[in-house]
Ligand binder design. Structure first.
Ligand SMILES: Nc1ncnc2c1ncn2[C@@H]1O[C@H](COP(=O)(O)OP(=O)(O)OP(=O)(O)O)[C@@H](O)[C@H]1O
Length: 347
């Protein structure tokens, strides 16, 4: 299985003014979204923002209260799940314990009345795709967590969906395995040329995987774009805070976001050093609240005179040169070119 027969990517998704209300409470509000074919899209956002509801509407497990959902230009808003050309990857614990790996993978074809030889043949192909051919006769309990996850993936892909839907697929894995399965998901999505729509509340996961990040807040899309778009041009304070590694700074008449790795810290006594070739830097007096070693450098957490929190990610060299410690008075500074204007203030 690879790109569609004609080599074209599949899985274009459109939400046109889609809303979902539960007993009058709005879970998803007037969402417009276009996911191109062959796209890795992450729906990102805090708990309760409407990610899973959006995914379930795309799967057909929930029906939109209003609006339309199109898949490869076909209106699927009211179609049952099996007729949408989507497939949901469930967590590995949803594997049937009494069936072998191959039988688990073939299960959806059995439900569709496909003969045994054909469905086990397809299951073998899927197991090859996820590199599990050697384990096809084992039962799920005889597999590691990562292997179970790959069986779940093969099982979801056997129906040749145009869109694979994944709801927090990595949350049950330990951090090491999470990175490995994450890379595997990306590889498969590119190889198959279909779209993956992946729900997560982890910004790292979304930034690492996505061609398109859709950040939701209280039932609406707060910002969508490439990972780099969101990281380097957050539209609002919510985006800057949720994506992380940014300071949201209230300048009175406006608010800006400044990346923590573009925020410098010097002892208050050494502040004249900013004058050397750095004229025009924005500066703010603060006190060091905590210092954390961050592997690639030091994270220095500050509180300014107004009580607002700021952080700076400093290289080891800069940190040691600055010689700052907890409780010390410092000045945080940034170049105006690194201050990104935010819509709607600092809240
Ligand atoms: N079946 C339901 N009945 C009533 N309200 C629901 C139902 N499902 C979801 N909601 C509500 O809709 C809102 C969005 O829920 P949803 O599960 O889509 O959020 P989420 O972003 O996926 O959150 P999480 O990350 O916690 O899973 C929440 O306020 C939730 O309480």
């Amino acid at each position: 299985m690879a790109l569609g027969e004609d080599g074209e990517a599949r899985g274009k998704v459109e939400f046109v003014r889609v809303s979902k209300a539960y007993d009058g409470a709005i879970a998803v509000h007037d969402v417009d979204l276009r996911i191109p074919a062959g796209c890795y899209c992450c729906l990102l956002g805090p708990s309760g923002c409407g990610k899973s509801t959006s995914l379930r509407m795309l799967a057909g497990h929930e029906i939109a209260t209003s609006g339309d959902i199109l898949l490869d230009d076909r209106n699927v808003t009211l179609l049952p799940p099996a007729r949408r050309s989507t497939s949901m990857m469930f967590q590995s614990y949803a594997l049937f314990p009494h069936l072998t790996v191959a039988e688990n993978v073939a299960f959806a074809l059995r439900m569709r009345g496909v003969g045994k030889a054909e469905r086990l043949g397809r299951a073998r192909e899927m197991l090859k795709l996820v590199d599990l051919s050697a384990l096809s006769e084992r039962r799920p309990a005889q597999l590691s967590g990562g292997q179970q996850q790959r069986v779940a993936l093969a099982r979801a892909l056997i129906t040749s969906p145009s869109v694979l839907l994944l709801d927090e697929p990595l949350s049950a894995l330990d951090p090491f395995l999470r990175l490995r399965v994450r890379a595997e998901l990306k590889r498969l999505q590119k190889a198959l040329g279909i779209s993956f729509v992946h729900v997560t509340h982890s910004q790292d996961e979304a930034l690492a995987l996505s061609d398109l990040v859709v950040l939701m807040n209280a039932g609406r899309i707060e910002q969508q774009g490439t990972a780099e778009d969101l990281f380097s041009r957050p539209r609002t304070a919510f985006v800057a805070r949720f994506i992380g590694a940014h300071n949201v700074i209230d300048l009175g008449d406006r608010a800006v976001a400044v990346r923590t790795d573009r925020t410098a810290v010097l002892p208050a006594s050494g502040v004249s050093r900013f004058a050397d070739g750095d004229v025009g830097r924005m500066a703010r007096p603060a006190v060091v609240r905590a210092v954390e070693y961050a592997g690639t450098g030091f994270a220095v957490h500050l509180v300014d005179e107004g009580g607002a929190e700021l952080s700076a990610l400093m290289s080891e060299g800069d940190f040691h040169r600055a010689a700052i410690g907890e409780g010390e008075s410092v000045v945080a500074s940034w170049a105006p070119a690194d201050a990104h204007a935010l819509e709607g203030g600092a809240i």
